[in-house]
Design a protein around this ligand. Structure first.
Ligand SMILES: [Zn+2]
Length: 244
């Protein structure tokens, strides 16, 4: 199912049963009043972003969600030898492939942080299967990036560079809202977010590591996956992660 071409806003339909056209002739009057696809997920709209604003005013909400972090490997080393054009070309291509994969599974591309992306699943588009969707999006990122990077390696003469992707996925309750003092930012915080980020750091090149919670929710997609114990930075106790 390719949701990149949704004709109406999935967020508005789910929350209010309101058909808000995003594409085609019917969307023209809506665009004229500023209702258009959101930049964080083009299958949601700017009205949905107003919903984010309501969340911001409430300061924060607690939601059950899945967080995905994906990080481009070898980028720091490369950024010392590449031209500025090549670096931004590489990052743009990486962000584009991540965005496409995340949106395909109804995720929200919440942030790009240096050479990493952070996505939230189950907000604002809701699904009981958000953990499964995140695992599928993670696999889709690897699949898309394998193809894309061959072109980039050739274009920028990067043979021998790593350019793999490490991915971490974690599910559970987290706080979503506006955080930060000097610079207010709409994002998710909590142990679930930190765990996904650390799992991403622990993942090898082209590897996806998921927490036990994700494993339990997405078991049918993770048959045969074995747990391994990891001592993650900043965590007192070792935790079990599954390769997806
Ligand atoms: Zn909407």
């Amino acid at each position: 199912m390719t949701l990149q071409q949704a004709r109406i806003c999935i967020g508005c339909w789910q929350q209010m049963h309101l058909p808000v056209p995003l594409r085609g002739v019917l969307s023209v009057p809506f665009r004229a009043v500023g209702i258009r696809p959101s930049k964080m997920n083009p299958n949601t709209c700017t009205v949905c972003e107003l919903m984010f604003t309501r969340v911001m005013r409430a300061r924060k909400i607690t939601i059950d969600a899945t967080i995905l972090f994906a990080d481009l490997r070898g980028y720091t080393t490369l950024s010392q030898s590449l031209s500025a054009d090549a670096i931004s070309g590489l990052l743009d291509a990486f962000y584009d492939e991540c965005a496409g994969a995340i949106w395909q599974y109804d995720g929200l591309l919440n942030k790009t942080i240096g050479d990493a992306v952070m996505a939230v699943f189950n907000f604002p588009i809701q699904s009981e299967d958000h953990a499964k969707h995140a695992v599928r999006a993670a696999r889709e990122i690897l699949k898309r990036w394998r193809i894309e990077r061959e072109t980039l390696v050739e274009r920028f003469g990067l043979a021998g560079s790593d350019l793999g992707v490490g991915i971490g996925v974690s599910s559970g309750e987290l706080s979503f809202g506006e955080f930060g003092r000097s610079h207010r930012d709409l994002t998710a915080i909590g142990t679930v977010v930190n765990t996904a980020s650390r799992a991403q750091s622990a993942a090898g090149s082209d590897q996806i590591l998921v927490t036990q919670d994700v494993y339990q929710r997405a078991q049918s997609d993770l048959a045969g996956s074995q747990a391994k114990t990891y001592q993650l930075k900043g965590f007192q106790e070792p935790i079990e992660l599954y390769a997806a």
